[in-house]
Design a protein around this ligand. Structure first.
Ligand SMILES: Nc1ncnc2c1ncn2[C@@H]1O[C@H](COP(=O)(O)OP(=O)(O)OP(=O)(O)O)[C@@H](O)[C@H]1O
Ligand SMILES: C[C@@](O)(CCOP(=O)(O)OP(=O)(O)O)CC(=O)O
Length: 400
């Protein structure tokens, strides 16, 4: 049996300037440009293997060990048909090439973190799917070209095709041919950017991003101001802050933009609430920390869910964890990255000053709203891998 396989891993990205709103639902074109940080695949990644064979009777997709019906949804099919078109062009130019474009695909993917829990699994998932098929088809397109395809799977996925700091330029054209991801700054240019994700809830969210943003576009007046004036200005300022490695500015813009996005959710009618009480306490904590040090050392941002992502620079880790470890030492995740000695050092730093401040200003039971902490950092884009989830003799998932 002739089976061709390829595997790729792709990262999660967390926006610092949020995409919220579509101007074209079919093509997944946004109402504003956005910016994100790509996170390390050591901690969060989708691994996708794809196989093509003339013997496969249908396109099939297995996610985390279970066959999914989503392969036949419009978004996934839009990605597959664009990729097949590009392969067909290659086959047209070189008739000796096997006709992979005409064969069905088996797609097997695994996330090393919770799926559909507000941790951007769809971004990593669609980026991995597109990059793996592009590898299988030996496509010559650039990452920006591929990002236009991934965008049709899930908007934020287009940014996961690059590492480091990434912009999704909204574009102007009706056909979406200029709505794509581009690199703002590489991983090497600002490698000391770190992220701590406080997982507030691993439950599935009740309003999907797609539904939520449609409602905001339709009903929020605040949203009009956001897309017309607020984001265009921030887009330029944030790219400038990243290129200048100006953390203070980057942090201010990141926090303000998270707040602005959630304000448009609240301004939707009926209102949408993604943050919960724990999220709000984390916001208060971050402002408290920055005030304590009289310096901006941490920035928070929240996507369409209650989980907090804290951005900070490696050199400020001790200062940040003096607070964060003190409050959240009971949650899992620390032991993966630090020895007990290092953790004890975080506890003892500024302890005498911090304990009374936290007692007076914050609910010390805040840790009860957190299930785990994921400690990670800025990372690279999709990676080719030899790790394969598909049994080459059968074309089925190895786990079956
Ligand atoms: N590795 C993957 N391969 C293919 N599709 C995936 C993969 N991971 C997730 N998905 C798709 O994305 C869906 C989850 O997207 P959803 O937007 O609900 O959650 P999320 O991306 O984790 O959260 P958020 O977008 O709020 O950050 C899954 O149900 C599945 O259809
Ligand atoms: C709040 C966000 O995380 C929204 C992400 O929305 P999605 O990319 O999940 O939406 P669809 O295009 O409908 O799939 C902000 C962001 O990542 O920029």
């Amino acid at each position: 049996m002739s089976i061709h396989v390829a595997s790729v891993t792709a990262p999660v990205n967390i926006a610092t300037l949020k995409y919220w709103g579509k101007r074209d639902k079919q093509l997944n074109l946004p109402t504003n440009s956005s910016i994100s940080v790509t996170l390390s695949q050591d901690d969060l990644r989708a691994l996708t293997s794809v196989a093509a064979s003339p013997t496969f009777t249908a396109d099939r997709l297995w996610l985390n060990g279970k066959e999914e019906a989503t392969v036949s949804n419009e978004r996934t099919q839009a990605c597959l048909s664009e990729l097949r078109k590009l392969r067909q062009e290659l086959e047209g130019k070189d008739t000796k090439l096997p006709k992979l474009s005409q064969w069905n695909l088996h797609i097997v993917s695994e996330n090393n973190f919770p799926t559909a829990a507000g941790l951007a699994s769809s971004a990593a998932g669609f980026a991995a799917l597109v990059a793996a098929i592009a590898k299988l088809y030996k496509l010559e397109q650039s990452m920006s070209d591929l990002s236009r395809i991934a965008r049709q799977g899930s908007g934020s996925a287009c940014r996961s095709l690059f590492g480091g700091f990434v912009a999704w330029e909204m574009g102007e054209k009706q056909d979406g041919s200029d709505s794509q991801a581009v690199q703002v700054s590489t991983l090497d240019q600002w490698p000391n950017m770190k992220a701590a994700i406080l997982v507030v809830s691993q439950a599935k969210k009740d309003t999907s991003s797609t539904t939520g943003m449609q409602l905001t576009v339709k009903t929020s007046d605040l949203f009009k101001e956001r897309v017309a004036h607020v984001v265009p200005k921030r887009f330029i300022e944030m790219k400038g802050a990243i290129n200048a490695k100006d953390f203070e500015k980057f942090a201010e813009l990141t926090m303000k933009d998270s707040n602005s996005f959630h304000a448009t959710c609240l301004d939707s009618f009926p209102p949408i609430f993604y943050m919960n009480d724990t999220s709000k306490k984390i916001i208060k904590l971050c402002h408290l920390i920055n005030e304590f040090y009289k310096e901006t050392i941490v920035a928070y941002t929240f996507d369409a869910g209650p989980n907090a992502v804290l951005y900070y620079l490696e050199e400020n880790e001790g200062k940040l964890f003096a607070f964060v470890y003190h409050l959240f030492n009971k949650v899992e995740g620390w032991e993966k990255k630090y020895s007990q000695d290092q953790l004890n050092q975080f506890s003892s730093l500024f302890e005498d000053d911090i304990v009374p401040i936290l007692k007076n200003s914050l609910d010390e039971e805040i840790y009860k709203g957190i299930s785990r902490i994921i400690l990670t950092k800025v990372g690279p884009g999709p990676q080719s891998t030899n790790e394969c989830l598909i049994e080459e003799s059968t074309g089925l998932p190895k786990s079956m």
